[in-house]
Design a protein around this ligand. Structure first.
Ligand code: C2E
Ligand code: MG
Ligand code: MG
Ligand code: MG
Length: 289
């Protein structure tokens, strides 16, 4: 058996790694054709105002329906797209698709689009955004670009120039997954963010009394308010968390409790209602005491 035999263990892992590499290569090959074959889709998750659950916008999230494997998570295929030069065409397609959807949203709901650090590093990116806005005839303030802390890893003069160009276009900027990356507060001083998105790992368990996560969320909210930035709590799943987030003063909420990502048609219909209803993804995750 593999456990008892050193060589067996080695062979077992080796074969697994090989299979992993083959899967990865196969996925890469398939991803090259996914766009043209219409296998990619964009879905939209509501972002609501904390006070009254008014829908202020939607985050656009890409999906890949693989013809054989079924749905592949963006957490799995975006890194592949980034490594093999496909993130720019895919990212541009998501931008155009999301802008076309936003044109149909009622009540001026915005759309937020995730931007890969690779797109952000290309000096031509602002022109790509400008072209997409013009093609979709969308007011720039209805587009929000979500950027992660990783764009500051190789910070240079061109990082500052990119922020300046994007701001000149009039689009909104959000700092995504805040607190999970190589957090440095230095960039909050310079970068013109309109919003900080607090990563769902801080929301998870924040409703448990004595949680350090609640203290961290509180500190981020205070910091954001002082810098005149909004805050969205990501990954809010249950009613207890809504109450907690409201108490901590976050301006916006995004999470399964108000809606899972949905297709454009459903998002347009929901935007006409204007408000989301809290569902309950699970009954409660609060501990029984
Ligand atoms: P993200 O930008 O932080 O997006 C939020 C993720 O949290 C989404 O996962 C969303 O479905 C999930 N989520 C929302 N509410 C809840 C909740 O209440 N509970 C839980 N457990 N999860 C929740 P998704 O759609 O799988 O996307 C994962 C990541 O893939 C995104 O994280 C983003 O980094 C990346 N991604 C997705 N679409 C794109 C895209 O078009 N371009 C790029 N560059 N990255 C994308
Ligand atoms: Mg995002
Ligand atoms: Mg996020
Ligand atoms: Mg994330």
């Amino acid at each position: 058996a593999a456990k008892a035999d050193g060589r067996g263990v080695h062979r077992f892992y080796h074969e697994n790694m090989l299979e992993g590499a083959q899967t990865r290569k196969a996925l890469e090959d398939d991803l090259r054709h996914a766009l043209e074959r219409g296998e990619l889709q964009v879905v939209y998750q509501p972002v609501v105002a904390t006070g009254d659950a008014r829908i202020v916008g939607y985050e656009a999230l890409v999906r890949w329906q693989h013809p054989v494997r079924g749905p592949v998570s963006p957490a799995d295929f975006i890194p592949i797209a980034e490594e093999c030069g496909l993130i720019e065409p895919i990212g541009e397609w998501v931008l155009h698709t999301a802008i076309a959807a936003a044109r149909q949203f009622a009540n001026h709901a915005r759309v937020a689009v995730n931007v890969s650090p690779i797109q952000f590093a290309n000096p031509a990116f602002p022109a790509v955004v400008a072209r997409a806005l013009a093609a979709g005839n969308l007011a720039p303030e209805r587009l929000e670009l979500e950027i992660t802390e990783s764009v500051f890893l190789n910070e240079s003069a061109s990082t500052d120039a990119m922020f300046a160009s994007l701001k000149r276009l009039g689009v909104r900027l959000a700092l995504d997954d805040f607190g999970t990356g190589y957090s440095s507060l230095g960039y909050l001083r310079k970068a013109p963010f309109d919003k900080i998105k607090i990563d769902q790992s801080f929301v998870r368990g924040a409703a448990i009394s004595g949680s350090r996560n609640a203290a961290i969320i509180q500190a981020i909210v205070t910091l954001a308010a002082a810098l005149d930035m909004e805050t969205t709590a990501e990954g809010v799943e249950v009613q207890d968390e809504i109450e907690l987030i409201r108490g901590l003063g976050c301006s916006h909420i995004q999470g399964y409790v108000y809606g899972r990502p949905m297709d454009a048609e459903a998002a347009v219909a929901l935007s006409r209602k204007g408000f989301a209803q809290p569902g309950g993804y699970r009954i409660s995750r609060a501990p029984r005491i």
